[in-house]
Design a protein around this ligand. Sequence first.
Ligand code: ATP
Length: 433
Amino acid sequence: MVGSLVRSSGHLAVEGFSPEAVVTAEGVSKKFCRQLRRSLWYGVQDIATDLVGGSRQGDRLRPKEFWALQGVSFQLLPGQALGLVGSNGAGKSTLLRIISGLIKPDLGQVRVRGRLAPLIALGAGFNPILTGRENIYANMSILGLSTRQIQARFDAVVDFAEIWEAIDAPVQTYSSGMTARLGFACAVHIEPEILLIDEVLAVGDVRFRMKCYQRLARLRDQGTAFVLVSHNPNAILNVCEQSVYLKKGQLVAVGPTEQILRQYEADLSLGDGQSTAEFLRLPAKDPDESLGVDITALGFQDGEGNWQRHPTSGDPISLCVEVFSHRPIQRANVGVLISAVAGETERVLTLTCAAEDEYLTLPAGRSRVLMHLPNMGLLPGVYNLKVYVKEGVSSLDIVEYFRFAVHPGRLVSQCLFYQPRSWQVIPGSSLGA
Ligand SMILES: Nc1ncnc2c1ncn2[C@@H]1O[C@H](COP(=O)(O)OP(=O)(O)OP(=O)(O)O)[C@@H](O)[C@H]1O
């Protein structure tokens, strides 16, 4: 799908484009200027240069300009789904805007073959003062449908968006979920050959999201190609078998989605500023500030008591919470809440003493609370751990932020949940008597 990649002058470039590709991006670069005044002035200069038939110096940065995209090449074949991952400001939306034709690249080119539907900003393409009905006609005709074709699909669009009661109200009175539903419904009902989706699936309730995913699967079966941007790795994993990783405007990797997400998440964990330390040491608290128990250190330890900065999926591991107690606590409730960093703070695991009525006794002075996990059930990725110590409903101390990465190990699971199990074959045995 993405051709073979070679490194050239510090960038990855695609060798041997397929003539069947529905989208081909070749050495695409885009620069922006953060100063509005300068940016407007540069715009005027560029238009003047175009008018007199001069050539823009697209390859050079003018003062205060920066590359939002630099030398990005990839291609998308019919019916294939490509995820676009990268942290904030990596250039994902800029790339989608260039593919959709909303903005022009300064260098390189993008070729698109087939009808393209961009779903790249909530409500973009809708006129807020027009009604839902009027917007459906306006939007779908911009996307290439005739009035007769729109009439034939109108009911299906409104049914899908579930907005019959508001169809004659101005779109500015719609909730963000309703606008997203209408945008999605219009885009999928033009039956595009290429669909660009930028985060819009994050809006709307869970039921509608499931409906969108089902619809996307149907479009894929019919041969629609996708480019999907999402901060939620599961959304990308569900839809795309291949992904592109953008970092500071450059394409750093392309390949199977699982591999690309691991690389991205590993980079995220290296950028957290905590990664070099084997465990998290917390600054000593002023006795006046303390509520009775202070968490003084936090980390993972293996069976031999060695600190493990990055636990391995499937291996036994213990979470170690070092505390200093100013007085004995008879019924301490220690809680551990784990969320996925790349999943928009999606909670993955909540483990508390109170949930199992297994309260702890903390003596006065320093102690280590160990939570033994026979298997690290988290899949490879980057997580944030929050830990608290409570006595009844009163919180004694809390650490909001301990980021760690889980490295791949022998555990192989395709889903979020890992169930430890053992297998057995009983020869000569049947379920009958
Ligand atoms: N019109 C613009 N003028 C100036 N800078 C811009 C403009 N549009 C985007 N940028 C900048 O270009 C860079 C890339 O932005 P872009 O929106 O493509 O990133 P992104 O990967 O989609 O980020 P996010 O995940 O936060 O949506 C950012 O530094 C952004 O601030």
